[in-house]
Structures are given as C-alpha cells and as structure tokens.
Design a protein around this ligand. Structure first.
Ligand SMILES: NC(=O)c1ccc[n+]([C@@H]2O[C@H](COP(=O)([O-])OP(=O)(O)OC[C@H]3O[C@@H](n4cnc5c(N)ncnc54)[C@H](OP(=O)(O)O)[C@@H]3O)[C@@H](O)[C@H]2O)c1
Length: 242
C-alpha cells in the first residue's frame, strides 16, 4: 500500500520539488493550493514523476474557517494520512503595517491553526508526521527581516508546544528550518552566495521525513552556525551586518 501525504502550499517551489520526490517514491498525494491554475500545473508535473494518484484541493490560508473541511476532505480522499506538510508562507522586505499583518496571519496564525487540526487528525489515527516549513530567520532576528523572522519564531514556539502535546499519541512534529533558498518568495531580495536550490532543499526535507529528528536545518551545517549566532551577546549581534 502506498504512503499518503497532504501538502498545503503545494505551488511553493520547495513544496513542488518535495511532491515530485515523494511521488517518485510511490506516495499518494493531496496537493492544496490557493491558485487553481498554478495548482493544476504543479499537479500535472507531479503526476509525471509517479504512478500513485495525485489529488488537488483548493485552499487559502486567509480563509481559516475552511481549514477543518480541507483536512476532512484530505482524510476522505486518502483514508489514512502518513504525512502532512505545511509549506505556505509569505515574505515582504521592508513591510508596511498591512504586509506585517499578512505575514503574521499566514506564517503564524493560520499555520498554527492548521497544524493543530492536522495534529488532532494524526492523533486520532495514533501516528504520522506533521512537518512544517519554518525558517532560520526565526532563530536570530535581524534588521533585514525582523517582521518575517518574528512570525517564524512564534511558529517555532507553537510547534514545540504541539510536539510535546502530540508525542504521547505517536505523532511526530517536524520543524524544518531552511536557510536562503532561491524561490519566488525571495526573488525581491539580492541573491545570496550561500543560497540552496529548491531541489536540494526538497531532498533534505525528504531525508528529514525519514529521520527521527524534531528540528532540521537545511543545509545541515546551518545548525552549528545558528547555534553560535544565538549564543552571541545581544550587543554584538546588534553590530553585525548580515
Ligand atoms: N525561499 C527561502 O529562502 C525560504 C527560507 C526559509 C523558509 N522558507 C519557507 O518555505 C516555505 C515555502 O516557500 P518558498 O520559498 O517555496 O516560496 P514560494 O515558492 O513563493 O511559495 C510560497 C507559497 O505560499 C503560498 N501562499 C502564500 N500565501 C498564501 C495563502 N494566503 N494561502 C495559501 N497559500 C499561500 C503561495 O501560493 P501561490 O503560489 O498561490 O502564491 C506559494 O505556494 C514558506 O513557508 C517560506 O517561509 C523559504
């Protein structure tokens, strides 16, 4: 029997690459996206790489009332859920008040609400993995992305709470913290020499799903870098330009 997964924000470039890798391994997938046309394109690409069914569901993070029905629909389509991956997110450089609110709403409030619903569904079936795309930006807040970073820091805290609550039910909560990846999300800021590709990040996500770790940095060496950065005195961090 093939493994099953639901991916929210399936039109994200990182999510699309991840879905292709899972499909190639024989997973049956439900892809959720807010843009029906973009979702159809992604789903058709994913279908080319695997032979298990690939379903499409329309879902928008801003419509929080629709989230329970989305989880229910995925359950009906798949029967049992082995993996739920939340990949949606948004980022605005130099955000105004409305954009700060949007980042908070999508990256933190809607993602945490959805994670709780998915956690309940996995707990009811006594097992499965809930994986969420957070970011290293939540580890050390810096002038270039205070608002975005704070939404991911708040998300990390909520995921930690959920991990502790759900562990006795056999549910694993996996926080994934990529560094910079070149995708449409970051197209508005200059390229970084340290960026990863969406394909390499997706391969890391698939390895993380198979592992037993709770929090994964991608690439892995970022764990040591951010351990050091978090340990630095705040006064020194204030003077760093990064
Ligand atoms: N790129 C990086 O450097 C980086 C680093 C660390 C973490 N991340 C995280 O990785 C995740 C995926 O990002 P990405 O880099 O792959 O960027 P991306 O390709 O721009 O994907 C962003 C995704 O979020 C979806 N989305 C945005 N607002 C939504 C809403 N209201 N409802 C439903 N979906 C919504 C977008 O849908 P549409 O296609 O309809 O716009 C798209 O699927 C995000 O959570 C991001 O914070 C990215």
């Amino acid at each position: 029997m093939s493994k099953t997964a639901i991916i929210f924000g399936a039109t994200s470039l990182i999510a699309e690459h991840t879905a292709r890798l899972l499909a190639a391994e024989g997973w049956e997938l439900v892809l959720v996206g807010r843009n029906r046309q973009a979702l159809q394109v992604v789903a058709s690409h994913v279908r080319l790489t695997g032979c298990a069914p690939v379903h499409e569901l329309h879902g928008d993070a801003t419509d929080m009332d629709s989230l329970p029905q989305l989880v229910e629909s995925a359950n009906q389509l798949l029967g049992r859920l082995d993996l739920a991956l939340i990949a949606w997110g948004c980022f605005f450089p130099n955000p105004d008040a409305r954009q700060i609110q949007e980042m908070e709403r999508i990256n933190h409030v809607a993602t945490t609400a959805l994670a709780k619903l998915l956690g309940q569904a996995l707990a009811q079936q006594r097992g499965g993995t809930l994986a969420v795309l957070s970011s290293v930006a939540g580890d050390v807040l810096r002038p270039a992305n205070y608002s975005y970073g704070s939404t991911k820091a708040a998300l990390d805290a909520d995921l930690q709470e959920l991990r502790q609550t759900l562990a006795p039910c056999g549910v694993r909560v996996l926080t994934i913290k990529p560094g910079r990846v070149e995708t449409p999300l970051t197209a508005c800021v200059p390229r970084s020499p340290f960026s990863a590709t969406p394909a390499a990040t997706a391969a890391g996500i698939c390895r993380a799903i198979q592992s037993k770790q709770d929090v994964v940095y991608l690439p892995g060496w970022l764990r040591a870098v951010f351990f050091v950065l978090r340990s630095l005195p705040k006064g020194l961090v204030k003077r760093l330009r990064f």
